[in-house]
Design a protein around this ligand. Sequence first.
Ligand SMILES: Cc1cc2nc3c(=O)[nH]c(=O)nc-3n(C[C@H](O)[C@H](O)[C@H](O)COP(=O)(O)OP(=O)(O)OC[C@H]3O[C@@H](n4cnc5c(N)ncnc54)[C@H](O)[C@@H]3O)c2cc1C
Length: 318
Amino acid sequence: MNAVNHYDAIVIGGGPAGLTAGIYLSRARLRTLIVNEGTVGGQMVLTHEIANYPGVESISGYQLANMMKKQAKTFGCDIRANVIISGLELTGETKSLTLSDGSSYTSDSVILATGGRSRTLGVSGEDTFKGKGISYCATCDGDFFTNKEIVVLGGGNSALEEAVSLTKYAAKVSIVHQFDHFQAFEHAVEEARNNPKIDFILESSITAFYGNEKLESIDIKNLNTGGITRFKTDGVFIFIGYMPNTEFLKGKVELNQWGEIPVRPDMSTNIEGVYAAGDSITKRFRQVATAVGDGTVAALSASAYLHDLKTKKQFIPA
Ligand SMILES: Cc1cc2nc3c(=O)[nH]c(=O)nc-3n(C[C@H](O)[C@H](O)[C@H](O)COP(=O)(O)OP(=O)(O)OC[C@H]3O[C@@H](n4cnc5c(N)ncnc54)[C@H](O)[C@@H]3O)c2cc1C
């Protein structure tokens, strides 16, 4: 084992969950490496404004990400950004990681914190107006649409529950859904149907987004007739599914049918010494604050595991 490339813990993913784990582990004087596929910060760097992180009234996601990154580095955490993992072995006492540039590392524990992404619609204008009228998170952005007229796209539980929650802010919410029935629980459908601020545009989909600085209108296609209507709106919330970034973990750690990593309350996975945190685990609420909480628990659990491992090794007779 090469001592230079051996770490107490390797954290895969440098979003708020991974960075928090890095802060706790390095502050506990554990040799820690964070590897991240893209720019460090995860989904935070896509967020124009975060207004619900406790203690920070309003901050750009980019700034919050940089503050977390700096804090981790101050405690001695190594960070490698823009890497691609080409090999990963999680079983056994020593874990190993290989990157596409040929570098390889070993560790006694691993924290998986690769987050996820909302399913996008993939139509014209969606990329342009992301964060400028198009959102994938009602908890994050609902408040920005106070007294506005907005659209929710989707027909599952998330879409209907979030549409109802958005009526706390918006003057009107139009739910656009591709079928004439919903894939949500009956109580969620009832609640949406009984809400006077909600109306429904069924058997329809959005085919384009338009605007200047911000989103101003959308094209709604009637899927029966093929007819397209230009529809003025202040915002569109898209809830058509969520995908955890765990494709590369298939066969390496237990995943559920949606690709999420099931964890115990201490964030341990089915593999000894392997923990998971943040948006990639099985959970209901995906926020910076919940990711930070998960990262904290995963790091403290990994620290306890490493302590036990080192103590056990000291007592193995020569
Ligand atoms: C547009 C938008 C706005 C949001 N606004 C808010 C808000 O206002 N308030 C709030 O609390 N939450 C908000 N959220 C949600 C919040 O950003 C997430 O819940 C949070 O970032 C999840 O943290 P995470 O560390 O689990 O994952 P992520 O932030 O997704 O970070 C995971 C990291 O892992 C890396 N990664 C993925 N796969 C690999 C791999 N194979 N190898 C190495 N690295 C990998 C990714 O590049 C990424 O950097 C918003 C999300 C979006 C998309």
